[in-house]
Design a protein around this ligand. Structure first.
Ligand code: PAP
Length: 354
């Protein structure tokens, strides 16, 4: 970490635009809404607070899809860009905090670190939404984040030398995390809560934000096998088991490895502690703030919950868990990728309390 006085927080992108206005039929969030194309797509009520639209084999919330199409059609990557990619609820917020703290470690002192006063999502822009206004003037290398499936990325990302870091997580824990997140969103937007069983069914059908998860994960996995020097594939469970080891791997991949002196001085541990769930969850900024995407109110607290491996055991019965494992196995079996299964840990399985 920096030892000289911290400069201003000039590596932060401008805040996500808030939009409370009435829907404008010709615009998304400051971008063309691709209204005609979108009107032809299959839709589903799903289990989130907004309608889902199926576009190029994946389901997107209707307020995100214009941003995805815009990204596909107009985004120009720089070879030095670093992309943090994930299926939602797989460790995105944590990865953003770790990457931001690591790349800026000589810029900020711990006592006055931007992560103490900004949510990680405000430190690294989400390019699915409205990239133009948020990334202009960002210093190189730019760190950008998206949940966009690999197959939908523009050629300027897929075909360039920029690096991608993907984090995945056991689909059962993802589903449980998403269910809590969604119901928190529904509650704060005064929408009726969704039952776990209904959400589970739809998740198993792949009908969920950026779903199906198996195709999302598999696309990045296969790309990481094809181009390991350009795509780093991380697992949330492994990061929890060895945060320092995975942070070092991340730093090396990002092109800013920790020096022996930094390791001796405990910099790795400082970043791990700064970005830990306990630390971030208890910060005022992450307890209180809210932000508004078009017509949906979010709160930063909803990004921090338990952060445990195997929380699915408290919510799914064994039959459900085996069913979801079976779907995942069928889809990704034989690829060398595993995503956690009941068999890995069934000695600790217990029925959820009803
Ligand atoms: P997003 O894709 O909507 O940004 P994401 O950050 O990927 O969400 O997922 C949230 C999960 O990561 C939550 O898991 P849980 O519901 O099972 O608890 C959240 O608690 C966990 N999480 C958030 N920040 C951290 C962190 N610093 N360390 C570990 N886990 C974290």
């Amino acid at each position: 970490m920096a030892t000289s006085p911290s400069p201003s927080h000039d590596s932060l992108p401008p805040k996500q635009q808030e939009d409370n206005s009435e829907p404008d039929p010709t615009r998304g969030q400051g971008i063309p809404a691709y209204k005609e194309l979108i009107s032809t797509l299959p839709s589903h009520k799903g289990w989130h607070p907004t309608l889902l639209l199926k576009y190029q084999d994946f389901w997107f919330p209707e307020y995100i899809l214009p941003g995805i199409i815009n990204l596909q059609q107009h985004f120009k990557a720089c070879p030095s860009d670093l992309f943090l990619m994930s299926y939602p609820k797989s460790g995105t917020t944590w990865l953003k905090a770790l990457a931001f703290a690591t790349i800026n470690r000589n810029r900020y002192q711990l006592a006055n670190h931007p992560l103490l006063s900004h949510n990680p999502h405000d430190c690294i822009p989400v390019i699915d939404v409205d990239f133009a206004s948020r990334i202009e003037g960002m210093p190189s290398p730019r760190i950008l984040q998206s949940h966009c499936p690999f197959s939908l990325l523009p050629d300027s990302i897929k075909g360039s030398d920029c690096r991608i870091i993907y984090v995945c997580r056991d689909a059962k824990d993802v589903m449980v995390s998403d269910w809590f997140f969604t119901n928190r969103l529904r509650r704060s937007n005064e929408v009726e809560l969704v039952q776990f069983g209904k959400a589970f069914e739809l998740f198993c059908e792949g009908i969920c934000y950026y779903g199906p998860i198996w195709d999302h994960v598999l696309e990045y996995w296969e790309e990481s096998l094809r181009r390991p020097e350009r795509v780093l594939f991380l697992k949330y469970e492994e990061m929890l088991a060895d945060p320092a080891g995975n942070l070092k791997k991340l730093a090396e991949f990002m092109g800013c490895p920790f020096s022996p002196d930094e390791e001796k001085d405990g910099v790795v541990g400082e970043i791990v502690r700064l970005c830990s769930l306990e630390k971030l969850k208890n910060l005022e900024v992450n307890k209180r703030s809210e932000f508004i995407m078009p017509h949906i109110k979010f709160d930063y607290g909803s990004y921090f919950r338990k952060g445990e491996v195997g929380d699915w055991r408290n919510h799914m019965n064994l039959e459900m868990a085996l069913r979801l494992d079976g779907i995942i196995r069928e889809k990704i079996g034989g690829t060398g990728l595993t995503l956690g299964s009941v068999g890995d840990s069934d000695s600790s399985y217990r029925q959820p309390s009803s």
